[in-house]
Design a binder for this molecule. Structure first.
Ligand SMILES: [Cu+2]
Length: 579
């Protein structure tokens, strides 16, 4: 067998010697140790919409005009202002407090016309280490905004097949967001840069914003027909890990492999929520709606809210608050699901109700726990996220209980598929100069498009992970239903079918199954557009390949891993919806 995956690398490493057995992540440079130690936690408030997060002002009726621009913000009282990239709605961003600071509020069913003008430097500044092997035009800054979760025509998708060179300084991307129902119901989407080969860097630099869709039920106000918290009691929580250098700049390490700049995953040693370092949030002892987005480049989060920081795992577990998850990427569910942990991979969202009624006067913590198998992510531990200070008085009582059902919500329940596609997730030659990841053992742009669903049909796609880590697989255009995950012998499958760069697509792994298909997690009951494809499993999803009204096939989109280092090199492929 020629192919070397990181799974094999780790396995052989452990066998070979203690030195080789060091986790490969130990290679990552954390140059910012001293800076990190200076940063006292929980001394600044969480930015909120209208108070640190700018709620975008339209440029006309149902129109927005953004410019990508460089600003500097103080992300912690002990840090100097950090240069970062941002989406300016024309306000000049005086209201943006941190490195994440823009939110569009739109209405389901009402389309928007949006433009993005590149007002950034011609070439990458020194704090953003571009790998010119991966970019179309060397060290030129080429931007392209993608509305993650949007149901749009291909030329409004921010899509590197349609526009591989993106948009340079002085150029403007114009898009039409349909916000069409039922594909785009009330939900939390986000827009972020998707420049080919530089997505990880452009997002790291700050190019990400929230996009909240409302409807007649999910109004964002309180009271609302669903009976959930709203107004000041609905809190977006965008979680991103970062490193800083000793001058307070964002730090992105480079590879120590000769000729390579790209690194396999970017993990921070400092946690930011809504663009501020380790903030605190004051809440009242009542119900809240928290809207989580994992905006990290590569870190999978295991979030929970608890009190004491007990050493005893069982004690700690008992101490966790119940959370009622009411939705995910594809909008609200039919019923709430009670959970204690939210395992969110990059790109995933969780819409959650939390009850602080019985915690008046207490200080709680939003924590990020260790992950448990089969979810696997090589991030070093970063357990603290945010402090939650529960006050003693309630200024507006709001709903008194969790609604048993959610008006306007839905479970995913698609009909039978007309086709099943087998997509492999491979990693080639880790820790060596040719290192890259791929789908179906081919590069992103070099082979003909093989995934061609017919418009209006339902297909199952099976993500067959033969690597050692979880990959959050995201599809543009469609929201999908998670059908299940099947344990299988990845090594035997790879042994039987592996070629130079991995296992090619199209090969059914069912003969290698080691058990029955496991049902989706209870938190996967609704529509999603990002799914955790875990190692040792193949993951089956189901989608209906409709196009927006007035848009005719063929239309070409992409699907990719949302660990954006992987996406950039080269875990992304096009698909075409054909007539
Ligand atoms: Cu990946």
């Amino acid at each position: 067998m020629i192919i070397t995956t990181r799974r094999n690398f780790l396995k052989y490493g452990v066998r070979a010697s203690a030195v080789l057995a060091l986790p490969w992540t130990a290679r990552q440079v954390f140059a910012a140790g001293p800076a990190r130690r200076r940063l006292t936690k929980y001394i600044q408030p969480l930015p909120l919409p209208g108070a640190g997060i700018v709620v975008a002002t339209p440029s006309g009726a149902n129109q927005y005009a953004f410019a990508q621009t460089e600003i500097a913000r103080q992300l912690h009282p002990d840090l100097p202002p950090t240069p970062l990239w941002a989406y300016d709605d024309g306000s000049g961003l005086a209201g943006q407090a941190g490195s994440f600071g823009m939110a569009v509020v739109a209405q389901s069913g009402t389309p928007l016309d949006v433009s993005y003008s590149n007002n950034l430097p011609e070439t990458y500044p020194h704090w953003i280490p571009v790998d010119t092997r991966l970019t179309p035009l060397g060290n030129q800054v080429r931007l392209m905004t993608h509305l993650h979760g949007a149901f749009v025509a291909a030329d409004s998708d921010g899509n590197p097949v349609i526009r591989p060179h993106g948009f340079g300084r002085g150029q403007t991307q114009t898009v039409h967001y349909t916000n069409q129902l039922p594909e785009n119901p009330a939900s939390l989407l986000w827009f972020h840069d998707h420049g080919l080969g530089a997505t990880r860097l452009n997002v790291f630099a700050g190019l990400a914003g929230a996009y909240i869709l409302r409807d007649e039920f999910d109004t964002g106000n309180e009271p609302n027909p669903i009976g959930i918290p709203g107004g000041a009691y609905e809190i977006p929580l965008v979680i991103q890990d970062r490193q800083f250098n000793e001058h307070g700049r964002f730090f992105y390490p480079t590879s120590d492999i000769e000729g390579v700049t790209w690194i396999g995953e970017y993990f921070g040693d400092v946690m930011l929520v809504n663009g501020k370092v380790w903030p605190f949030l004051n809440v009242e002892p009542r119900l809240y709606r928290f809207r989580f987005l994992n905006g990290c480049n590569a870190r999978i989060l295991n979030l929970n809210i608890g009190g004491r920081d007990d050493d005893d795992r069982e004690e700690r577990e008992r101490d966790r608050l119940h959370l009622w998850q009411i939705g995910a990427e594809g909008g609200m569910w039919d019923i709430p699901v009670r959970v204690k942990h939210l395992v969110l991979a990059p790109g995933e969202r969780a819409d959650v109700i939390v009850n602080f009624t019985n915690f008046a006067g207490q200080t709680l913590m939003l924590k990020n726990d260790k992950l448990h198998m089969p979810v696997s992510n090589p991030a070093p531990q970063l357990p603290q996220v945010m402090q939650i200070r529960v006050g003693t008085t309630v200024s507006q009582p709001g709903p008194s209980s969790i609604p048993p059902s959610l008006l306007g919500g839905r479970a995913a329940n698609l009909g039978n598929p007309v086709a099943t596609r087998y997509i492999t997730l491979n990693e080639f030659d880790p820790e060596e100069a040719p290192w890259f990841l791929n789908l179906n053992a081919v590069r992103f742009g070099r082979e003909p498009i093989t995934e061609t669903p017919t418009v209006g049909t339902i297909e199952d796609w099976v993500y067959i992970n033969v690597t050692g880590d979880t990959h959050p697989m995201h599809s543009h255009l469609v929201n999908f239903q998670v059908i299940g995950r099947t344990p299988f012998d990845a090594e035997d499958y790879e042994e039987a079918y592996g070629r130079r760069h991995g296992v090619p697509g199209g090969i059914d792994p069912t003969p290698f199954a080691t058990g029955p298909m496991l049902p989706p997690d209870p938190t996967e009951r609704g529509f999603k557009e990002t799914v955790k494809a875990n190692p040792g499993q193949f993951t089956t999803i189901r989608a209906k390949y409709d196009l927006p009204a007035g848009v005719t096939a063929p239309q070409t989109y992409v699907y990719h891993c949302h660990i954006i280092e992987h996406e950039d090199n080269d875990m992304m492929r096009p698909f075409t919806v054909i007539p």
